[in-house]
Design a protein around this ligand. Structure first.
Ligand code: PFF
Length: 514
């Protein structure tokens, strides 16, 4: 599978692909239960503040870096300063780690969508404990992502986003409309969502909102750098950032209207208390919403199908961006074909997602579980990436973008330089320090588990630094143009009958000249 042109073909395609990456299970599954646990719309305010002060700035920084580098994340950071290249490697490692648990969640969504007519009610724990089923659906999910990424940026990622993003928005509007018209309990649900309870906000809610903003906007993990590297010169970076942030906030906000009125209605008609329904828990989307849909007369199954299909589709458009970051690096560094690189990474992440599925399933079912530092592997990877590594990587993007500004250009004017050099990094550092304290000593008492997670993150960062300076600093790590060259070389090989194999690596000098 080869494409004769790398890069997005249109501005809309680029914006939709970036929005597709941003809108995913973070918005649909993560946000509703976090908003419940952290004071309703009080959390929404903090989340929007994080998007404005941190997310929008970091996204502009990442798009600009990508546009400047026109290469994978390692080469991009390296091009700005050879000392910063390790951050590019961190930006490859993070999506790799996220994929290992995102496949499991994607598999859940797929299973629940396919099962809508057979009924999902009460199925979550038994499904999570039916490992064969989970692995099969994670595999299907990973396979779909592989096919799209293997088809290329324009023919795969862009085309998919153009079709699927409007579908997600359409489905969500329909579901919210149904939820808002269910009758009894709906107004209480809306009030619960929109009435802010600031007393429930604390340092860890702010940290959670920042993590949520980064995760939801796909920042701090190379995605927006990789997508920016494929954007056309005519794309306005600030325009695209504004579009993605607005779409993300609107979808997140709408999701509250899809969930809370329906759950409150269900509670009102069945008499099941809200605390039993686990509003602020992990199972809100899969457990509670399945019960809620099953109870809606006539159209319940259809709404369930729309809801979980929307989740599965949103998860696909997100996971392809994760896969693309790692694929781009492998193609360019090792000069392999796109389809082979994508297949290789998909297989490894799928294999690694199997223990994650076991660990999550057994922990949900309260049986003996594979755990690390007191957390099941799902939580462990989630906290390590979301709370620690992604903010660090976003911080490094701000540092790199500050260097970029020195070279002039549109972003060196206005408020952006002050934000990216001082305010956003300072906020990230402060919130990160609170986050680390909260992990090591939650509520003032020492937590060995939290400490273990912090150590894990430090080890991973040290590993990236060591591998980068050991293997990549002095070596050529490629750029986007290489993909075209690899394809051209393959065409020649086919004509001349040369043996199949990896292409001749260029010398470092050749790359530096470009
Ligand atoms: N933004 C996606 C979501 O909200 O589910 C998740 C995600 C995708 C995170 C891509 C990070 C990323 F690079």
């Amino acid at each position: 599978m080869s494409n004769n042109k790398t890069g997005f073909g249109t501005r809309t395609g680029f914006a939709l692909a970036a929005a597709g990456s941003a809108i995913g299970l973070g918005n649909l599954w993560g946000f509703p239960y976090k908003v419940s646990a952290n004071g309703g719309s009080a959390y929404l305010f903090v989340y929007i503040a994080c998007i404005l002060l941190l997310g929008a700035v970091a996204m502009t920084a990442e798009f600009s870096l990508g546009r400047f580098g026109r290469a994978n994340t390692v080469s991009t950071f390296k091009k700005l300063s050879p000392k910063l290249g390790w951050a590019g490697l961190l930006a490859v490692l993070i999506p790799f780690l996220i994929m290992c648990y995102y496949y499991v969640l994607g598999g859940f969504s797929l299973k629940f969508a396919l099962n809508s007519f057979a009924g999902n009610k009460g199925n979550f724990h038994s499904f999570a404990g039916n490992y064969g089923d989970v692995i099969l659906h994670s595999f299907l999910f990973a396979f779909i992502a592989f096919i799209i990424v293997a088809a290329g940026v324009r023919k795969g990622i862009e085309r998919t986003a153009k079709i699927l993003m409007p579908t997600v928005i359409f489905f969500l509007i329909l579901i919210a409309m149904v939820s808002l018209t269910l009758g009894e309990g709906v107004s209480e649900g809306i009030a619960y969502y929109l009435r802010p309870d600031f007393s429930q906000l604390n340092a860890s809610s702010v940290l959670s909102a920042m993590g949520q903003a980064f995760f939801s906007l796909s920042l701090g993990c190379g995605v927006m750098i990789a997508y920016g590297s494929y954007s056309g010169e005519k794309v306005s970076i600030t325009g695209a950032t504004a579009a993605v942030c607005i779409i993300d906030v609107v979808i997140t906000f709408l999701m509250g209207f899809a969930v809370f009125p329906a759950v409150f209605h269900y509670s009102a008609v069945t008499g099941i208390s809200l605390s039993e329904l686990g509003l602020g828990s992990f199972g809100l989307m899969f457990v509670t919403m399945s019960m809620v849909f099953e109870d809606i007369p006539y159209i319940g199954n259809i709404i369930s199908l729309l809801f979980f299909s929307m989740a599965a589709i949103a998860a696909v458009t997100s996971v392809i961006s994760l896969l693309e970051v790692v694929t781009q690096f492998i193609i360019q560094r090792y000069r392999v074909f796109r389809s082979r690189a994508a297949l290789f990474i998909s297989l490894i992440c799928f294999l690694l997602s199997i223990p994650v599925a076991f660990s999550l399933g057994s922990s949900l079912n309260g049986t003996e579980t594979v755990s690390l530092f007191g957390h099941n592997l799902f939580e462990y990877l989630d906290i390590t990436t979301n709370t620690l590594l992604m903010p660090l990587c976003a911080l490094m993007s701000c540092v790199a973008a500050s260097k970029l500004i020195k070279r002039g250009g549109a972003l060196s004017r206005g408020y952006f330089p002050v934000m990216v050099k001082f305010i956003t990094p300072a906020l990230i550092i402060v919130i990160e320090i609170f986050g680390i304290i909260d992990l090591i000593a939650p509520g003032g008492s020492f937590s060995a588990g939290g400490c273990g997670i912090v150590v894990t993150a430090l080890v991973l960062v040290a590993l990236c630094i060591a591998v980068y300076f050991g293997f990549f600093e002095k070596q050529r790590t490629g750029c986007n143009e290489d993909e075209l060259k690899i394809d051209a070389e393959e065409a020649v090989r086919r004509k001349t009958g040369l043996p199949r194999g990896w292409s001749r690596p260029e010398s470092e000098g050749e790359h530096e000249k470009r």
